[in-house]
Design a protein around this ligand. Structure first.
Ligand SMILES: [Zn+2]
Length: 148
């Protein structure tokens, strides 16, 4: 199985396990667009899979006590910015905030590629959180590709 297939399978499991990855219809330019769960696959490396999964598990323990309260709670985007995890939702209640902050904090200490301990490094004006091995690989790749 290819790496990308493994990644897709894992993200599929995530978006199907937690109910706030909702399918819904949005209006875009006057057209109705169906947003399936796959639309919310996090745009981050698999090294952060576990911390996203753990965060969602903690949220779910609270969510399950009163699902009606969280009917409007919905993921809109999960991505990386300046080397850190960004988890965007609508109608996010205060009681979930500590779990989100915890995961976002951990992302700055976790290699986005492999999940091992890492730190945020600047590689040619681009911030990433990586372990030493993946930092070196990224630098090497850049040099090979761009020649500097
Ligand atoms: Zn790594």
């Amino acid at each position: 199985m290819k790496r990308i297939d493994v990644a897709t399978k894992k993200w599929t499991k995530l978006v199907n396990t937690f109910p706030w990855f909702r399918e819904y219809v949005v209006l875009e330019g006057g057209k109705k667009i169906w947003k399936s769960r796959e639309f919310y696959y996090p745009l981050v490396g698999m090294g952060w899979y576990k911390l996203i999964w753990d965060m969602c598990t903690k949220i779910k323990a609270v969510y399950d006590k009163n699902p009606e309260r969280y009917e409007m709670y919905n993921v809109t985007d999960i991505k990386e910015k300046y080397g850190g995890l960004r988890y965007y939702t609508t109608c996010s209640p205060e009681e979930f905030e500590e779990y989100v902050r915890e995961a976002e904090g951990l992302s700055y200490k976790t290699c986005e590629k492999c999940g091992k301990p890492g730190k945020t490094v600047e590689i040619y004006s681009w911030f990433s959180t990586l372990c030493k091995k993946h930092e070196n690989a990224r630098r090497k790749n850049h040099k090979k590709r761009f020649g500097w």
